[in-house]
Design a protein around this ligand. Structure first.
Ligand code: A3P
Length: 317
């Protein structure tokens, strides 16, 4: 095993010397690995994931491009799946928040993180595009959530700017916009990421539930029912009668999650090295906040790229 691990480390080193490189939003550089831009740490984790992750047939994965509603979906999926284990007045999410309910595969420490003590169904989150995942994972059940690219761009720029080390010059919105339009941002290009899951969801609708942030926002109850059915625990008539769907929606709403003590003051650890203030995952939670940041020209450009990339796919955002 050590020899295997060392091989991966050597390969990682070699890749960093040879792969195309561009400016990162959080770290100084990103590397283009099989079509997607990854930080050095995440690239290494991807290599390790392929060798060490052991899937289980009951695993459930939540995939998303960063800032598309991952935290919200973690809360919704966790509380829908575990609705028999907690009461809505004294819930696991009240004490811990949603993040830790789904380990983020992209920053775990393999082979130490083996998740063998988790009870099924195990829940995992990932920001990797579908083509970067090993087949033992892509054969599993997925929920994918996407969001309008203009809102993603703004949410990501503000979030990454907070995490950017102080010794690197800040990334201006103009620079972030240029990079985003070229597809350069952590786990990007945005459009190829979304399409990778969209196409797979058309091929295997029973395996991949494809959601949009905007539809969750507009009709959260409908989405909770969809999730419950997809996750194999459809709502019963009795639960409908008791208003369980409404309770789940309320528990996971932006206001209730943001106002939890744990989310106001706590720190979240992702893997061993990434630490983020929990409050940074709850900013505004609205559709269309990009209007406060992007010019008409910028809007036109992003919309143009989205039209081009999604043409003929049946997808619109
Ligand atoms: P904004 O920055 O536009 O407010 P992710 O969880 O994928 O990192 O996405 C974060 C985005 O989802 C942020 O968007 C955040 O405010 C929003 N968000 C977090 N929890 C939410 C909730 N319960 N309902 C709606 N939006 C939520």
């Amino acid at each position: 095993q050590d020899a295997e691990y060392n091989n991966i480390c050597n390969n990682h080193k070699h890749l960093l010397e040879t792969l195309p490189k561009a400016n990162g939003w959080k770290n100084r550089h990103l590397y283009n690995y099989n079509g997607f831009w990854l930080s050095p740490l995440v690239l290494k984790t991807n290599l390790l994931l392929h060798t060490y992750f052991k899937s289980h047939p009951t695993d459930i994965f939540l995939a998303s491009f960063m800032k598309s509603g991952t935290t919200w979906l973690k809360a919704l999926m966790f509380s829908t799946l575990n609705r028999h284990h907690y009461t809505f007045s004294d819930h696991y999410l009240h004490k811990h928040g949603p993040q830790s309910t789904f380990p983020l595969l992209d920053v775990e420490s393999y082979p130490i993180s083996d998740f063998t003590t988790f009870s099924p169904p195990r829940l995992f989150a990932t920001h990797f595009a579908r083509s970067l995942l090993p087949s033992c994972i892509t054969s599993g059940k997925f929920v994918y959530v996407c969001r309008n690219p203009k809102d993603v761009l703004i949410s990501k720029w503000l979030f990454m700017s907070k995490l950017r080390p102080k010794d690197i010059p800040p990334l201006s919105l103009d620079e972030a916009f240029e990079l985003f339009s070229l597809g350069v941002s952590e786990f990007g290009p945005f459009w190829e990421h979304v399409l990778s899951y969209w196409r797979a969801s058309l091929e295997s609708p029973k395996k991949i539930l494809f959601l949009k942030y905007e539809e969750v926002k507009k009709q959260p109850e409908v989405v909770v029912r969809k999730l419950a059915t997809f996750l194999g625990k459809p709502l019963t008539a009795e639960e409908e009668e008791k208003g369980v769907v409404g309770e789940i929606v309320k528990l996971c709403s932006f206001e209730s999650l943001r106002n939890l003590e744990v989310n106001k003051n706590g720190m979240e650890k992702f893997g061993k090295v990434v630490e983020i203030e929990k409050r940074d995952f709850f900013r505004k939670g609205e559709i269309g906040d990009w209007k406060n940041y992007l010019s008409d020209e910028m809007k036109e450009r992003i919309d143009g790229i989205t039209d081009d990339k999604f043409r003929g796919s049946g997808l619109s955002l």
